[in-house]
Design a protein around this ligand. Structure first.
Ligand code: NAD
Ligand code: ZN
Length: 406
């Protein structure tokens, strides 16, 4: 019998079965699967520190997969839910949506995954059947958690309980837990040699920014680009602009400590809005003889979204919203669009998730996509509140937390 490092040492009674942490390997082909008790960081209420708790993780049901999470990144969207969105129907929950792990067990009807497979849980599903999956125009899927509780950022059904209470699965994933259960339409099987503590970043931030440049903006060779916000999402957008052949990549952040990293990913110029007493769009127009060809907003601020649009050149400029917010409306003068600019949004970089993520993992293994350079801190799940603080103070790019032992 295998144990993750924090599982209990003594067997205990759960329901009518003795359960001792992880059971699948002992049972072999027996269909009995136990509830797993494991450690998770629970967000009991908005704006409060996460609490390490023992939770119960139910066995996977039909078409579901139970995953041992090995590593997870902390993304700004986790912080958004905790500190800004604070949706009353969204707590208690287990946050985390940028993880990688190993299949522990599979429910009935699952044919394409086996225990031991390396996987990335996906916050955008790809059922392959719905009208969105069938269209090459979008990566949305009708069957995922987002179809009915989008604003809450979790589905109402969950496989987690803690202290007798239902605990929601944030973005259908919940990677701040040693084990989680995800529908097979939201799991990508990845290359067996992929290092999970790096490729976890393809579960959200890096895929999002990279794809926003390549798939959504469709950055062209020789073009001039501006990326607003140089967290992992923005830096991945810089990398996307560079791999698409952009000539100038102007990196914009109010935190100048981010510029060194941006250079690593291909930024050619740096602008700190705080150094200027005129609108940043005007600064960019002056630097580029009338505006950039492509701009990407990777901050999550409606004011910056407007600046990013207004920084584009008339005639053909394309501005992409990548940063996440649902708190405020945005505004712009209609002439901005009438004069030929395009304003678009990008969810998960426009990648169809189950198809795209394994390909991105392979591109990392072939050294076409950088991941190691995003990781500034390696910590454990128990240090998740420190990792959250590092992101709040702007002192990290990505903190990767080790969750369960491999
Ligand atoms: P992060 O906190 O690491 O990075 C944000 C960066 O923006 C920081 O470097 C900060 O200094 C900078 N910034 C803040 N205000 C600014 C301003 N006025 N002008 C320029 N820069 C400014 O966050 P992250 O994890 O990289 O995420 C970035 C955004 O992307 C968040 O809003 C997140 O929720 C969103 N996101 C969206 C998707 C999607 O699918 N669309 C997926 C993941 C994350
Ligand atoms: Zn994210």
């Amino acid at each position: 019998m295998k144990f993750s490092h924090t599982n209990l040492n003594k067997p205990f009674l759960y329901g009518h079965r003795f359960v001792h942490g992880h059971c699948h390997s002992e049972i072999g082909k027996d269909i009995f699967q136990s509830v797993i008790k494991c450690r998770a960081a629970v967000a009991w209420e908005p704006s409060k520190p996460l609490v390490m708790e023992e939770i119960e993780v139910a066995p996977p049901q039909a078409h579901e997969i139970r995953i041992k999470i090995v590593a997870t990144g902390v993304c700004h969207t986790d912080l958004y839910h905790l500190f800004e969105g604070k949706h009353k129907d969204g707590f208690p929950c287990v946050l985390g949506h940028e993880g990688a792990g190993i299949v522990e067990s599979v429910g009935s009807e699952v044919t394409k995954f086996n225990p031991g497979d390396k996987v990335i849980p996906l916050f955008i599903s790809q059922c392959g059947q719905c009208r969105f999956c069938k269209s090459p125009k979008t990566n949305l899927c009708e069957k995922g958690w987002a179809s009915d509780r989008y604003d809450v950022m979790s589905e109402s059904d969950t496989r987690f309980t803690c202290k007798g209470k239902k605990v929601l699965q944030f973005m259908g994933t919940s990677t701040f837990s040693e084990y989680t259960v995800v529908n097979e339409i939201a799991v990508a099987k990845i290359h067996p040699s992929a290092p999970l503590d790096k490729v976890c970043l393809l579960g959200c931030g890096v895929a999002t920014g990279y794809g926003a440049a390549l798939n959504t903006a469709k950055v062209e060779p020789g073009s001039t680009c501006a990326v607003f916000g140089l967290g992992a999402v923005g830096l991945a957008a810089v990398m996307g602009c560079k791999n698409a052949g952009a000539k100038r990549i102007i990196a914009i952040d109010i935190n100048p400590t981010k510029y060194e990293k941006a250079k690593v990913f291909g930024a050619t110029e740096f602008v700190n809005p705080k150094d200027h007493n005129k609108p940043i769009s005007q600064v960019l127009h002056e630097m580029t003889n009338g505006g950039v060809d492509f701009s990407l907003e990777c901050v999550g601020s409606v004011a910056v979204m407007r600046s990013a649009l207004e920084s584009c050149v008339k005639g053909w400029g394309v501005s992409v919203l990548v940063g996440w917010t649902d708190m405020d409306d945005f505004a712009a003068r209609p002439i901005q669009l009438i004069a030929g600019r395009t304003w678009k949004g990008s969810l998960f970089g426009g990648f169809k998730s189950k198809d795209g993520v394994p390909k991105l993992v392979n591109e990392y293994l072939e050294k076409k996509v950088k991941l190691d350079e995003f990781v500034t801190h390696n910590m454990t799940l128990a240090q998740v509140n420190d990792a959250i603080q590092l992101m709040q103070t702007g002192d990290c790019i990505r903190s990767v937390l080790s969750v369960a032992l491999q």
